[in-house]
Design a protein. Structure first.
Length: 422
């Protein structure tokens, strides 16, 4: 374990990871940059090599890699208690803000002014997802096989609505079957870590804690909360590629399968999640709270939000505390690296499907279908959202404005379109 020259005090840990949680806007790339600046450059609690190795390890795991990186850093500094503190501080500020936004959305989200502001945010979301697609494709699609996986995943999800987990499992299995090559050689064997029995006991304890609320809900006959929690629990352990990659699957289940939210509400959910600190996967909390509150009032909404936070983020602690002692040995396996490369390539196709899904629902008022394939009605094209998307692209790409500034400007432009229409 990489230990700093002087173990930081709990007050220092609270200050450092509290600051990381409060300023972690803009998705995992921005969040990882904040952690690097705080932990490597400013406080020198981690060395560059150790930080990058930790990031590579977290990319191998399902779930929000930025939160897992924060948890891993806390674990290396102060053990399990440090990991718990770092992980909870990373999520808590955003979770509180999302809870307030979800309750406000249910109460006032249908007001014309609020809807107009959200129109500007939706336009910004389209550009944000496209940016994520471009950045990831530059790193992931390095060969013919990766490009084929990306195209195949896009067609399978968008045109045939195949389950997202099936695509991830297929890509990972293909990568595991690839032999080691000169470009992907086995790494030297690291020192022996903790025994398998101890790791198994840690995984079992955290796994029981993770699933206990679902068992209680099932026994109590709480069908809605059980189905909601079971879905987000599956999503949490199959969330390779970050929150952007999950949104297409989340939309497929929450909008089309269960009807918990409308397509417009699902897009609003991502737009609001972009305004908060913490991992973007907090969008799951917003979706759950809105679905619960619309069903049976704010009480059920709060219960759904707490349940979703539990089943979504507890696996992060499970994975980190179980596998962190074995990081060096795991990263030395060439087949695991090949599996990650194939999964990442498939995720590019999933994000492309999400970007097109979002764009169609923003640009067209009416979306039909040909089987599972969504087909917009061309006569329902909406020019104002198209202009707002161009404005968002100008802010983010042309002028290189920050996310918070762009959100404020786009919400204002959306509201201005409402005022001009009066």
């Amino acid at each position: 374990m990489q230990i700093p020259q002087e173990t930081p005090s709990w007050r220092q840990m609270l200050a450092a990871f509290g600051r990381i949680g409060l300023v972690s806007f803009g998705g995992p790339a921005a969040q990882i940059s904040v952690m690097h600046r705080e932990l490597v450059e400013r406080r020198r609690w981690m060395q560059e090599e150790g930080f990058l190795g930790a990031l590579s390890f977290c990319m191998l795991l399902p779930g929000p890699e930025a939160m897992q990186l924060a948890t891993y850093a806390g674990w290396r500094l102060r053990g399990i208690a440090g990991g718990l503190l770092a992980g909870m501080l990373f999520v808590a500020p955003g979770a509180l803000v999302v809870a307030l936004l979800a309750l406000a959305y249910v109460e006032w989200g249908t007001l014309p002014e609020v809807q107009a502001a959200f129109l500007g945010i939706k336009a910004l979301v389209v550009v944000l997802v496209c940016q994520a697609l471009w950045r990831l494709s530059q790193k992931a699609l390095t060969g013919r096989a990766q490009r084929l996986w990306a195209m195949g995943a896009f067609v399978a999800l968008f045109a045939f609505a195949l389950p997202f987990p099936l695509l991830i499992l297929a890509a990972g299995a293909w990568g595991l079957l690839q032999p080691a090559s000169a470009s992907n050689p086995p790494a030297p064997a690291p020192a022996q870590g903790p025994g398998a029995r101890r790791s198994l006991l840690v995984a079992l304890a955290w796994g029981l804690a993770w699933l206990a609320p679902l068992l209680a809900l099932h026994l109590a006959g709480q069908t809605f909360l059980f189905e909601l929690g079971a879905f987000f629990a599956r999503l949490a352990v199959l969330s390779f590629g970050g929150a952007y990659a999950l949104l297409a699957w989340m939309a497929q289940v929450t909008v089309e399968t269960h009807g918990w939210l409308s397509p417009g509400q699902m897009i609003d959910a991502l737009g609001l999640a972009e305004t908060t600190p913490g991992p973007l996967i907090l969008v799951t909390q917003f979706v759950a709270m809105v679905a619960g509150a619309l069903r049976q009032g704010p009480g059920l909404g709060l219960a759904a939000g707490v349940l979703t936070l539990w089943v979504t983020f507890l696996p992060c602690f499970l994975f980190i505390f179980t596998f962190a002692p074995h990081v060096e040995r795991l990263l030395g396996q060439p087949r695991l690296r090949a599996a990650l490369a194939a999964i990442t390539a498939a995720v590019v196709g999933v994000i492309a499907s999400l970007a097109l899904w979002f764009a169609l629902h923003v640009l067209f008022a009416l979306i039909g279908s040909l089987g599972p394939l969504p087909l917009p009605q061309l006569s329902s094209f909406q020019p104002i959202p198209a202009l707002l998307i161009l404005a968002a692209a100008g802010l983010l790409i042309g002028l290189r404005r920050g996310l918070l500034e762009s959100l404020a400007v786009m919400a204002g432009l959306g509201l201005a379109t409402q005022m001009l229409a009066l």
